[in-house]
Ligand binder design. Sequence first.
Ligand code: NDP
Length: 450
Amino acid sequence: MSYVDEVLEKVKKQNANEPEFIQAVDEVLNSLRPVIDANEELYRREAVLERIVEPERIIMFRVPWVDDKGQVQVNRGYRVQFNSAIGPYKGGIRFDSSVYLGIIKFLGFEQIFKNSLTGLPIGGGKGGSDFSPKGKSDREVMAFCQSFMTELYRHIGADTDVPAGDMGTGAREIGFMFGQYKRIKDVYEGVLTGKGLTYGGSLARTEATGYGLCYFTDEMLKCNGKSFEGKTVAVSGSGNVAIYAIQKAQQLGAKVVTCSDRNGWIHDPEGIDVDLLKQIKEVERGSLEDYAKRRSSAKFSAEKAAESANGVWSVKVDIALPCARQNELNLYDAKQLVANGVFCVAEGANMPTTEDATKYLQDNGVLFAPGKASNAGGVATSALEMSQNSERLSWTFEEVDEKLKNIMINIFHKADDAAKKYGMEGNYVAGANIAGFEKVVNAMLAQGIV
Ligand code: NDP
């Protein structure tokens, strides 16, 4: 049995209750086969794969807090410190009722390669809780965040582990956690990124993941003789990543006609009104149903085909940008997109496309950008926030945006070059995994058995 198959079998057995983690490892290791086969003896002796699939540390803890009725609530908190070979652990904190250890491990594992691809000195980590801020008052969110940080603070630090936001964790939650960290530790350090602009945050961090996704996609399109100009785009989600992906795609000359949330999705053939979307989602924290009520060209729908993971993929478009959640674009959706003539799918979310859907898209000649490369703009700008905090300086929006753009263009070319080097031209999934993996493994080998 090959080394990859041996390790995959072990991972499946040891983590049987964590399907998302198994999916992520399966996808990465399978695409790394050419590299691993070429170095099998060394990697096997050094147990490189066994080490890379095992987090350096997993922290799980109780998070008690009091709700507005005076009732004590208990949630579970997580921080998975996956790999620190190339820098301090770095990765977001997800607050969503669906969070359990398998989700955090899948995200942390992906983060190792993503962070490596950025070219910046950051290791891979991820955290979160099964707490959902949805429907909670500001006071309840603060009580939860303070309790979460009261345990987490002892495991993180500006040179150890620097968490950021993720699904359900925006500027409000980061602010509450930063305040509590500072209060307990009595140090003012860049221990979290995604901070507000008045206390160490970076300009363009809010926009970074969505903008970065479009910069990456733009470069991929250009290198394949195409562009955003005049194209129709479907976006899923209407959170941080989706909003700024819609904005940048429209700035680059495309028309974005869909977005979605937990309640349903909208089709707006006139093009999404980003200001209205921001008002509803960022200010009012409302539902997309409100968007359709206020804009006559838009239609809200709670319906989708039973086999579909997200109704937005039924609309005829040229480019699709999944920006909501894992496994939200399945084989049925991929077939619909291809039948409707889509020529590019670029992932804004983490692992939004199922493995069989990815394969179907690639087999049908669709340009496919994997999230660990195309959504790396968020973490890259987080690392730029860390640099500004260490220097005690703030760069302008234009400076950060320019650096972000260059990083995304470089990431595309790293993935493109690695794919070409191993005879898989145009397979950016394999290229991204290989480029991210090689740097981390070389650092691990240099640092001995740790
Ligand atoms: P947000 O919480 O801001 O937005 C998430 C969006 O997805 C919301 O519109 C939400 O709907 C929707 N959504 C969540 N769960 C479901 C569900 N079960 N069914 C349908 N829709 C759902 O998160 P982000 O935009 O920050 O993150 C989106 C994705 O991008 C995640 O995979 C995240 O890991 C990834 N990512 C984020 C980065 C960042 O910088 N923020 C960086 C890199 C990756 P609703 O509005 O109803 O809540």
